[in-house]
Design a protein around this ligand. Structure first.
Ligand SMILES: Cc1cc2nc3c(=O)[nH]c(=O)nc-3n(C[C@H](O)[C@H](O)[C@H](O)COP(=O)(O)O)c2cc1C
Length: 401
């Protein structure tokens, strides 16, 4: 299959799987512990059906979405994904470029391999900066300064990872920074020569440029990664949030909110938006799926802050469902990583185009020409009751002859 033949995110994922050594590919797909949260994210989306409205004029369809004073071409953006540079060198630059061309926001990860300054050359007005707060507050302050100087208008503070999660699949695979592959996995990697050659030709593991200025002056890629681990994760409190609010003049978003009461508290602390997220199943395995808690959070906060969501989005129709349940905006993490891993800029662009097209088709099929007019009355939820065994079903009434 070629990229141009890829019809769905699943197809693009298959292309990424073909290009990457197994251990590296699994670094994208993996979750934590038993990976039930990972499975739940997608399964919960499948419990929602869309009820089509008949005789609607859907000749012209509009999926633009406004957020923080800007209008985006589509109601979704690219979630921050650190270490993207492992999957393809300079992947972050390609993701930023693809997002800019598609006129959707790109969130640069605070664990990015490409520096803030290099990313700022793409489209700073379209780039948000995600911060993993450092244990040393001076480092966090400096990140804010650099992000502001770079022209990024929105800060995203990720809070769902206060302690290192138990990523068992990655641990078994030796997928860490730097990766430590078992001999059999090294042999398997040879089946993916273009990736291996590119990785080795560029000097092996890329440096986490964003963190490099704070590590020792002669630190190599592995040293910078180890330094990052001494600083992150760090435990943050509401008081720290107040400090960030005071220090950051632009829009402030908290990523990883799961409780309605926390969402309300974010409003009280001057936050402009939240991303309901369980880190795509990479943090707490027993966390609920984002989509199942969205209605409760939306009911609690109303329109007082922007309600965004990620985790489990694989189809344009997932984004439509999220909007019906109250999301102002949606983000994708793995989908665009699959694209960039499979085919660089073209792959990331293809993923964004697939999602855009699927939203457009879904709007047409359900009889709602405008994305911003989607509402809960388009939704039918599967009750979740287990299907009764056949023996428990009422017997069909014998037909009178
Ligand atoms: C490989 C990988 C790396 C990630 N790195 C970060 C990160 O650096 N910062 C962050 O806030 N979230 C990170 N995330 C979580 C994503 O931002 C996002 O919440 C998640 O991928 C959404 O779920 P999805 O992959 O099902 O779309 C990462 C996710 C993946 C898959």
């Amino acid at each position: 299959m070629r990229l141009s033949d890829a019809l769905s995110i699943g197809d693009v994922e298959r292309l990424a799987k073909r290009r990457l050594p197994r251990v590296v590919y699994e670094g994208i797909v993996s979750g934590v512990e038993d990976e039930r949260g990972l499975a739940r994210n997608e399964a919960e989306f499948h419990r929602y059906r869309l009820l089509p409205r008949a005789f609607a004029d859907v000749t012209k369809r509009d999926q633009t979405a406004s957020l923080f004073g800007r209008t985006f071409a589509s109601p979704f953006g690219v979630s921050p994904t650190g270490i993207a540079g492992i999957f393809r060198r300079d992947a972050e630059l390609m993701l930023a470029r693809a997002a800019s061309e598609a006129r959707v926001p790109f969130v640069m990860s605070g664990a990015s391999m490409v520096s803030i300054e290099r990313l700022a050359r793409i489209d700073p007005a379209n780039t948000w900066f995600q911060l993993y707060a450092a244990r040393d507050p001076k480092i966090s302050d400096d990140f804010l300064r650099r992000a502001r100087d770079a022209g990024f208008g929105t800060l995203v503070l990720t809070v769902d990872n206060p302690v290192p999660p138990k990523r068992e699949r990655d641990m078994r695979n030796g997928f860490r920074l730097p990766p430590r592959l078992a001999p059999l996995d090294m042999l398997e990697a040879l089946l993916h020569l273009p990736w291996v050659i590119d990785y080795l030709r560029r000097g092996g593991m890329p440096v986490m440029e964003t963190w490099a200025p704070y590590a020792a002056p002669d630190a190599g890629a592995a040293d910078v990664a180890r330094f990052f681990r001494t600083q992150s994760p760090s435990i943050q409190t509401w008081r720290d949030l107040d400090d960030f609010r005071r220090a950051w003049p632009g829009k402030l978003v908290v990523k990883g909110i799961m409780r309605p009461s926390d969402a309300v508290r974010c409003i009280e602390h001057g936050v402009d938006g939240i991303v309901i997220s369980n880190h795509g199943g990479k943090a707490l395995d027993r966390a609920p799926a984002s989509i199942e808690i969205l209605p409760g959070i939306k009911a609690a906060v109303g329109d007082r802050l922007a309600v965004m969501l990620d985790s489990g989005v694989r189809r344009g129709s997932d984004i439509v469902v999220a909007r019906c349940l109250g999301a102002d905006f949606v983000f994708v993490g793995r989908a665009t990583l699959y694209g960039v891993a499979a085919a660089g800029l073209a792959g990331a662009s293809r993923v964004l185009a697939i999602l855009r097209e699927e939203i457009d088709i879904t709007l047409g099929l359900i009889g709602c020409p405008r994305f911003d007019e989607l509402a809960a009355d388009f939704i039918l939820k599967d009750s979740g009751e287990p299907t009764p065994p056949e023996s428990a079903l009422p017997r069909p009434i014998a037909k009178a002859v």
